[in-house]
Design a protein around this ligand. Structure first.
Ligand SMILES: [Zn+2]
Length: 184
């Protein structure tokens, strides 16, 4: 998971099956994003579905509408620009069970990417959608959110992180959560 992922083209073997498996894996783990390196493929591909945030009443009606419709596949993405004052958001990761930390990132990101039909897009994302993209984008560069927290917090998590680095973790992608909501 620490490797930088490689770009792919339309001939990448089994791409549709891989994407289908990733959706399934992500939903089973109640995640909102999943990157190919998290399932052992060192390529530049990630998927996002922010719809669970649409049920969070902390957000405005307008934001929730955006979250509801924010489901996408990103292939060979690159960040064109990140702007704004950094803001904290509590991040978690399917690959680092049981750890959540406030991470500071910029609120606005311009992303160039290919969709699952290899059509190119350049789009601006803000707030929570930007945050999910930044987190997943880090995965394809071999970066985990715990690489972005303060040294003090990192020291407090040292044992867990050492186990993760050694691969001694129980990644519970297949775990079912009793409170998991039904999905479309
Ligand atoms: Zn993650």
């Amino acid at each position: 998971m620490k490797k930088v992922g490689e770009e792919i083209d339309e001939d990448y073997p089994g791409l549709n099956e891989l994407i289908a498996n990733m959706w399934e894996t992500m939903y089973e783990a109640s995640g909102v994003g999943l990157a190919a390196p998290q399932v052992g493929k060192s390529i530049r591909l990630f998927i996002v579905d922010a719809s669970p945030f649409a049920e969070d009443e902390e957000y405005s009606e307008k934001d929730r509408k955006v979250f509801e419709n924010f489901k996408k596949v990103f292939i060979n993405p690159y960040i064109v620009e990140e702007t704004g004052d950094e803001w904290p958001f509590n991040e978690g990761c399917l690959s680092i069970p049981d750890i959540r930390e406030e991470v500071n990132r910029k609120p606005k990101v311009v992303l160039n990417y290919l969709d699952e039909s290899f059509v190119e897009h350049e789009e601006t994302f803000e707030g929570v959608p930007a945050r999910i993209i930044q987190h997943e984008y880090d995965h394809i560069d071999g970066v985990l959110f715990t690489d972005r927290i303060s040294p003090l917090k990192k020291r407090a998590l040292k044992k867990k992180l050492t186990n993760i680095a050694k691969g001694n973790i129980d990644v519970r992608y297949r775990m079912r959560f009793p409170l998991q909501k039904s999905r479309r």
